[in-house]
Design a protein around this ligand. Structure first.
Ligand code: NAD
Length: 354
C-alpha cells in the first residue's frame, strides 16, 4: 500500500492513474478537494478496490495518523499543495497553511508512524515530497541551469512556501534519519490541468476564440515537462532514490511563454482551419509582480543515478495535450461553470471516506 496526497489534482491524478496501471500495490489517496481537486480526473477508477479515496486535509493530524495506522503504507508521496503562483500573490495564507503547516503535520505523523515500524518495514519506508524548480529563484539568460546544490532563492509566496517545506524534509532526514526524498520538477503540462495555468488556459481560450493573455513581453522562459514523464520519474525515485537526496526533474524543454502560445495556436489552426490564424488572439497584458524571468533544470543527476529520461518532446507532448483538451471540452466546461464544485459539495462530505 502507498499513501498519496493531493491525488485528485493535476499531477496527483495523473500519478494515481499511472500507478494503478503500472504497479501492483494499492493506493490510499488523501485529498482535500480544494477548487483544484477534481474527482472526475479519477472517474475511471470508480469501483476499483486498489484505489481508496479519502477527502481530508494533510494538516488534520488525527485523520492522517488514523489512515497511516489503518492502511500501513510503505511510502508516502506528497503532491498536496496550493500550486498557483498568481493565487499566492493575491492570498498567501492558504499557501502557508497547506504547503508549510500541512506538510509539517504530515511529516510529524509520518515520523511517528515510521519510528514505530519494525526494522525491515522501517528500512523500506520512504516519504517522497514533490516540489518545484521555483524554489531556486530566477535565472539570467546565460546562467547555467539549476542543479540540486543551487542555493534556494524563492521569489513568490508560492515558491517560498514550497522552499520552507523542502527545508523541513531535509532537516528531518538530517536530524532524525527520516527517509525523506525531495523531487524538484519544472513546469508540467498535460491532461487534467486546472484551466488557470498557461497551457490549458490558452488551449481553451483559443478554442473559444477568446483573447490569449500573455504576461509582459512574453519572453519569460520555462522548462516544460509532460506530466506522464514527471509521474514516471516520481515512481522511479520512490523505487530507487536515496533517502536524504533531492532530485531535479526537467524536460530540457526551455521555451518562452510566447513561443508556447504560438505552438498552441499552430495546433489549433490544424484542428480548426476556418479560425486560423489563432495567433491573432494573442494579447499582451500587464506583467505579474516579481515575475521570474527564466527557470531551467539540470536533470543530469536523476539520469545518471536512476536512468530517467523524458519520453515526450515538447512537440509530441503538446500535441497530445491539445488533443486531450479538445476531446474533453466538457471536463473544462464543468470546471469553469462551477458545476463540479457544487457536485463535490453534494457528493463528498468533509473528512468522510468515500
Ligand atoms: N504543476 C506544475 O507545473 C508543478 C511543477 C513542479 C512541482 N509541482 C508540485 O506538484 C504538486 C502538485 O501540483 P499540481 O499542479 O497537480 O497542483 P493542483 O493544484 O492541480 O493540485 C493540488 C491538489 O492538492 C489538493 N490539496 C490542496 N490542499 C490540500 C490539503 N491541505 N490537504 C489535502 N489535499 C490538498 C487539492 O485538492 C488538489 O487536488 C504540488 O506540490 C506542486 O507544488 C507542480
Amino acid at each position: 500500500m502507498i499513501f498519496v496526497t493531493g491525488g485528485a489534482g493535476f499531477i496527483g491524478s495523473n500519478f494515481v492513474l499511472q500507478w494503478i496501471e503500472a504497479e501492483s500495490d494499492p493506493l490510499v489517496n488523501l485529498d482535500k478537494l480544494t477548487y483544484a481537486g477534481n474527482p472526475e480526473n479519477l472517474s475511471t477508477l470508480v469501483g476499483n478496490a486498489r484505489h481508496i479515496f479519502v477527502r481530508g486535509d494533510i494538516g488534520d493530524r488525527a485523520l492522517v495518523g488514523r489512515l497511516l495506522q489503518e492502511h500501513k503504507p510503505h511510502a508516502i508521496v506528497n503532491f498536496a499543495a496550493e500550486s498557483h503562483v498568481d493565487r499566492s500573490i493575491h492570498g498567501p495564507v492558504d499557501f502557508v497553511q497547506t504547503n508549510i503547516m500541512g506538510t509539517f503535520a504530515l511529516l510529524e505523523e509520518a515520523r511517528a508512524y515510521w519510528s514505530a515500524l519494525a526494522q525491515p518495514e522501517k528500512d523500506r519506508f520512504r516519504f517522497l515530497h514533490v516540489s518545484t524548480d521555483e524554489v531556486y529563484g530566477s535565472l539570467g539568460a546565460g546562467d547555467p541551469a539549476f542543479t540540486e546544490t543551487t542555493p534556494y532563492a524563492p521569489s513568490s509566496p508560492y515558491a517560498a512556501s514550497k522552499a520552507a517545506a523542502d527545508h523541513l524534509l531535509r532537516a528531518y532526514h538530517h536530524t532524525y534519519g527520516f527517509p525523506a526524498i525531495t523531487t524538484n520538477c519544472s513546469n508540467n503540462y498535460g491532461p487534467c490541468q486546472f484551466p488557470e495555468k498557461l497551457i490549458p488556459l490558452m488551449v481553451l481560450n483559443g478554442w473559444h476564440q477568446k483573447p490569449l493573455p500573455v504576461y509582459g513581453d512574453g519572453k519569460n522562459i520555462r522548462d516544460w515537462l509532460y506530466v506522464a514523464d514527471h509521474c514516471a520519474a516520481v515512481r522511479l525515485v520512490l523505487a530507487k532514490g536515496r533517502p536524504g537526496e533531492a532530485y531535479n526533474i526537467g524536460g530540457h524543454g526551455e521555451m518562452t511563454n510566447l513561443d508556447v502560445v504560438k505552438a498552441i495556436c499552430a495546433l489549433l489552426d490544424e484542428a480548426r482551419p476556418p479560425h486560423a490564424p489563432h495567433e491573432k488572439l494573442i494579447s499582451f497584458v500587464k506583467d505579474r509582480p516579481g515575475h521570474d524571468r527564466r527557470y531551467a533544470m539540470d536533470a543530469r543527476k536523476i539520469r545518471a543515478e536512476l536512468g530517467w529520461q523524458p519520453r515526450e518532446s515538447f512537440a509530441t507532448g503538446l500535441r497530445k495535450t491539445v488533443e486531450w483538451y479538445v476531446d474533453n471540452m466538457k471536463w473544462a466546461e464543468r470546471i469553469t461553470s462551477g458545476e463540479y464544485q457544487r457536485w463535490i459539495e453534494t457528493n463528498y462530505a468533509k473528512r468522510g471516506d468515500a
